[in-house]
Write a protein that binds this ligand. Structure first.
Ligand SMILES: [Zn+2]
Length: 480
């Protein structure tokens, strides 16, 4: 069968404004349920919502970053439905005139443009927690600002799906408008998927898959649903349009709602919030504050620093890493070495990985000084690693650490000689092979010497000292 999979996405992004979208309640994760609430976000009659202008700013940035046309004159709508997580009985959203339309995001690996149909602002609902015999509701999330991004059905397989999600997250991270944590729900994605049999010109109905809480989960759900839809196409089974949920434990999708229960929302313009008029100046001002975005940054990094694609991708994953790299290069121009150290030594010390760069105590100017010490041959890599382990936590100047911790190179010949003697005494067995394979024995003690001093010995002087010491022992043996 010659088939094609058709995928469109609806993505909800929680914005990290200080307060909620229509009231002054704090917009933050709280320890207690129902702590950050007021009459407005609880939907009490008579409480008047006011649109948080920061939400408009953030949404505008995202829409511009995704190359959308901005609708300068727009408004909020009421979307009616009944569900316990929605205290007012309606959600304030944008239906008829979203803030941004007709955008696009280019996928470099797939060499494909995915169209963005719309971006709009809306309020989040409360959070429901289903227990064994009851359901609890936490209204802290009620009224948290969201943007919803809706793509055209331009994605054709799980690889493109993953690339789109990664690219979108990468792009949004440059605006610093959201935490973008899929596991914690600040980035949520619903999949609309169907399969078309091109030979017979028939297609399955569109399935909406919800509850995807990781990129991996989205890919698995996509493959699962694709397989399920293909089977029904082959067997000729009848399907109806459904909303399905991804069960990450069982790794399968299951029915949440059939089409016949699909809802009529009875949209109308929200009468309590003034229509929104975006002035030419505001739009221009926001446009001028759009930072250099990942795709542009990637091609510049490649050209300017002559780095491989792999390095460039990692260094531009978020704005903090990219800035950290560039600031370090200003102190010590060794782009490839710096890139290697960021990707290996630095990242392996950071529990939160790339995300941790935002609050890293180590400043790029000090990291640059450390790189310069190695670049100038003042310290070997092993010592560099030791210093890094310290300054990554303390943010200290690496030169000071080097002076204070006795980490500098050992060049004193007498001292080296003593170390060698001690090592030979400790490893007498290694002397047995000396006559047959002198090189091997010397290398053995070279390794031990470096190991013992954390790579601080001058290698030439060390080799010389080992040779002399071995020679001496040999002579003594002969005399005996
Ligand atoms: Zn409130």
């Amino acid at each position: 069968m010659n088939f094609q999979t058709v995928i469109g996405l609806e993505i909800h992004v929680e914005l990290n404004t200080k307060t909620k979208i229509f009231c002054g309640c704090k917009n933050e994760a709280s320890r207690e349920p129902n702590e950050n609430i007021c009459p407005t976000c609880m939907g009490y009659p008579g409480s008047l919502p006011r649109l948080n202008q920061k939400v408009v700013d953030y949404a505008l940035k995202a829409a511009m970053g995704l190359n959308c046309e901005i609708q300068r004159s727009t408004h909020m709508d009421r979307k009616h439905y009944f569900y316990p997580d929605l205290p007012k009985g309606y959600q304030i959203t944008q239906a008829a005139k979203p803030l941004g339309i007709n955008g696009q995001l280019y996928l470099e690996k797939a060499k494909k443009t995915v169209r963005i149909q719309r971006i709009h602002m809306e309020e989040d609902t409360a959070k429901m927690m289903h227990r064994k015999e009851s359901t609890e509701i936490d209204y802290n999330r009620s009224g948290v600002p969201l943007i919803e991004i809706v793509t055209a059905p331009d994605i054709s397989n799980e690889k493109e799906l993953l690339e789109f999600l990664e690219e979108l997250k990468n792009l949004l991270s440059f605006f610093e408008i959201s935490d973008l944590k899929m596991e914690e729900g600040s980035l949520r994605c619903d999949l609309n998927i169907n399969v078309v049999d091109q030979d017979r010109d028939i297609k399955t109905p569109v399935m909406e898959v919800k509850n995807l809480n990781s990129f991996k989960g989205a890919v698995k759900a996509c493959l699962y649903e694709q397989r399920r839809l293909l089977e029904t196409l082959e067997t000729g089974c009848e399907l109806t349009k459904e909303t399905r949920g991804w069960d990450q434990k069982k790794e399968e999708t299951k029915t949440l709602r059939k089409k016949e229960d699909s809802l009529e929302y009875q949209y109308f313009i929200e009468p309590e919030i003034l229509p929104l008029q975006l002035s030419e100046g505001k739009v221009r001002n926001t446009a001028s504050r759009i930072p250099e975005l990942p795709q542009k940054k990637r091609s510049r990094f490649k050209e300017q620093y002559d780095l491989p694609d792999y390095d460039v991708r990692i260094l531009t994953k978020n704005p903090y890493v990219a800035d950290f790299f560039e600031q370090t290069v200003l102190v010590c121009y060794a782009p490839k070495r710096i890139s290697n150290w960021i990707m290996t030594q630095l990242l392996s010390e950071m529990p939160r990985g790339l995300e941790g760069f935002k609050e890293l105590p180590l400043k790029p100017k000090d990291f640059g000084k450390l790189m310069a010490l190695m670049e100038g041959g003042k310290i070997p890599k092993k010592v560099g690693e030791k210093i890094l382990k310290e300054i990554i936590i303390t943010g200290e100047n690496p030169k000071r650490v080097l002076e204070n911790r006795n980490l500098g190179p050992i060049t004193d010949e007498q001292e080296i000689r003593e170390i060698v003697k001690e090592l030979i005494n400790k490893h007498r067995k290694a002397l047995q092979d000396y006559q047959k394979k002198p090189g091997k024995t010397i290398n053995f003690f070279m390794g031990k010497g470096m190991e013992r001093t954390g790579g601080r010995l001058d290698p030439c002087k060390l080799r010389e000292a080992i040779k002399q010491e071995l020679l001496l022992i040999n002579q003594q043996k002969k005399e005996e």
